[in-house]
Ligand binder design. Structure first.
Ligand SMILES: [Fe+2]
Length: 309
């Protein structure tokens, strides 16, 4: 075995998990000293019962709401949200929804920090604008320190990242995922699975990231078909959401590879959801890499198991 060298970053980040966990939001915001919160979500989530509950739980601390998130995070929306955050002098962000909501919130944190004149350079820096994410899908974006956005004119993806962009806290409430459509659940579940696959073959993975990815593969492989079979079962929703936590956590200390390179390109150009692009491409990228990195693909196969396991 050749000598290895690696650096593992552990972010300051609290994960609160469980049915009803969204009620912890007030406590988390008090802990970070937030007084003027920007809520970032989609129109649909905003109009839902859960959206109303979210607004109630934020109470007087809700200073601003941006409820126009769209998939692939179009850059003009990022620009509008940054202007709104500045205008309303917000001191924290709560994102509520899928990966695009978390990504748009991270983009606002990124550009706000750039504007402040003291952009972060070190893992030891603190965020200029703390972000608490409340995910409703399995994308993992609610934990990672980077984001993507899309130029609607050229259909190309860009993005940014930095050590202070990992949300300071994430609230995983399986009850909030019950209203996530089964198709969105299946697609973003395949995205979570693909994150774990890519971490196992990433040349930049740390031992901890690989261990988390293997655990994620095992859990997601068991839970995702059960969610698709009965999306109203809160116990299987919880099992899959735990798989998504592992998918997001392993992404923090590894790079993405051929699979995500293709998924980003296909998603942006064809305008299909990131999760669907993942689901369509994954068998092909695994087959491709079975020759390039056979040892890693064997570890993935062992974790996933055979069709009869
Ligand atoms: Fe992804």
């Amino acid at each position: 075995m050749t000598a290895q060298s690696w650096t593992h970053t552990g972010y300051t980040q609290q994960i609160v998990f469980g049915a009803g966990a969204v009620r912890e939001l007030g406590r988390l915001l008090r802990a970070i000293g937030a007084r003027r919160v920007l809520l970032v979500t989609t129109e649909g989530r905003m109009a839902s019962e859960e959206g109303a509950a979210m607004r109630r739980s934020l109470g007087a601390d809700l200073a601003s709401t941006f409820a126009r998130v769209e998939s692939h995070v179009p850059i003009p929306l990022v620009q509008e949200a940054v202007r709104q955050a500045r205008r309303d002098a917000v001191d924290a962000i709560v994102s509520f929804g899928g990966g695009s909501c978390a990504d748009l919130a991270k983009a606002v944190c990124f550009f706000t920090e750039q504007e402040s004149g003291i952009p972060s350079t070190s893992w030891a820096d603190r965020p200029a604008l703390p972000h608490v994410s409340v995910p409703t899908t399995y994308s993992g974006a609610e934990l990672t320190p980077f984001f993507g956005m899309t130029d609607p004119a050229t259909h190309t993806k860009s993005g940014g990242g930095g050590p202070t962009l990992a949300p300071i806290a994430a609230v995983y409430d399986p009850e909030l995922t019950l209203s996530t459509p089964v198709r969105v659940s299946a697609e973003t579940g395949m995205n979570a699975l693909a994150h774990c696959v890519e971490v196992v073959w990433s040349p930049e993975r740390t031992p901890e990231a690989e261990a988390i990815a293997i655990a994620g593969l095992q859990r997601i492989t068991r839970a995702l078909p059960l969610v698709v079979a009965d999306p109203s079962d809160v116990a299987v929703r919880a099992a899959m959401l735990e798989g998504a936590v592992l998918g997001g956590r392993c992404l923090q200390n590894a790079s993405m590879g051929v699979h995500h390179g293709l998924a980003q390109m296909v998603g942006a150009r064809a305008g299909i959801a990131h999760g669907l692009a993942n689901a369509v491409l994954l068998p092909h990228t695994v087959r491709f890499n079975a020759e390039a990195v056979p040892e890693a693909v064997r570890r993935i196969a062992d974790a996933v198991g055979g069709p009869d396991d």
